[in-house]
Design a protein around this ligand. Structure first.
Ligand code: PGA
Length: 246
């Protein structure tokens, strides 16, 4: 059975000190049958890596630059996040696409670089409210997935998070049945023959996570707001873990 995965995206929250404290608390309490990934800000990566050392929790970055080095003031490269201890990187989050104009093509470059460095990409895809109302959700997600994974062959290990933009940070998650239909759709357009786990993201809390995760549904969740509090994140983890007890 596929192991479920839970990703905490802390976005632009928490200082390095606060990140270390929260990461340590979470690491002591995570259920062993769930793969947990914590994605703090760049400046907290090294400290959080130390706090997670020897634990069951892996470290991820929230973004990475599409070039490997050079004159890109303010940006962070794949080799930098790798050296800081990252095993994962979030790529193409809708906040990056919408606030910083990231394109499917630049996202594809980031995925290629991450994979070549042995870092597992967490590709975020999802339609806006307008695209959904226009009946284009599947079309948009198909374009995002196929462009981002263009040229990918072999058995790369990947995570894809389906995060409808209108569900992120709004308190209104997708309808679980609608979202589950997207899992099959995403699997049908992925070209990699390697292990691909598909996650749901968007206003996940402990009270709704069970609707999304489990055999035949999503392989886990990407959690923003509710990952900033140890009790709420652990409650989500435990609810996910309970779906996978054999
Ligand atoms: P949210 O964020 O859980 O706060 O909706 C999810 C995300 O943006 O990854």
């Amino acid at each position: 059975m596929t192991r479920p995965c839970l990703v905490a995206n802390w976005k632009m929250n928490l200082t390095p000190h606060e990140s270390v404290a929260l990461a340590g608390t979470i690491a002591r309490r995570v259920p062993p049958n769930v793969d947990t990934v914590i994605c703090p800000s760049f400046v907290a990566l090294e400290d959080v890596a130390r706090a997670l050392s020897g634990s069951l929790v892996a470290l991820g970055a929230q973004d990475v630059h599409e070039e490997s080095a050079g004159a890109f003031t303010g940006s962070v490269s794949v080799s930098m996040i790798k050296d800081a201890g990252c095993q994962y990187v979030i790529v193409g989050h809708s906040e990056r696409r919408l606030q910083y104009g990231e394109t499917d093509v630049s996202i594809q470059k980031k995925i290629t670089l991450a994979l070549s460095a042995g870092i597992t990409p967490i590709l975020c895809v999802g339609e806006t409210a307008a695209e959904r109302e226009a009946g284009k959700a599947a079309e948009v997600v198909t374009r995002q997935v196929t462009t981002a994974l263009h040229g990918l062959t072999g058995s790369a290990s990947l995570l894809i998070a389906y995060e409808p933009v209108w569900a992120i940070g709004t308190g209104t998650p997708a309808n679980a049945e609608d979202a589950a239909r997207m899992v099959e759709h995403i699997r049908s357009v992925v070209t990699s023959s390697g292990p691909v786990r598909v996650l749901y993201g968007g206003s996940v809390i402990k009270d709704n996570v069970v609707g999304f995760v489990g055999p035949q549904k999503f392989d886990g969740v990407l959690v923003g707001g509710a990952s900033l509090d140890a009790d709420s994140f652990i409650a989500i983890s435990e609810a996910v873990a309970a779906q996978y007890v054999v």
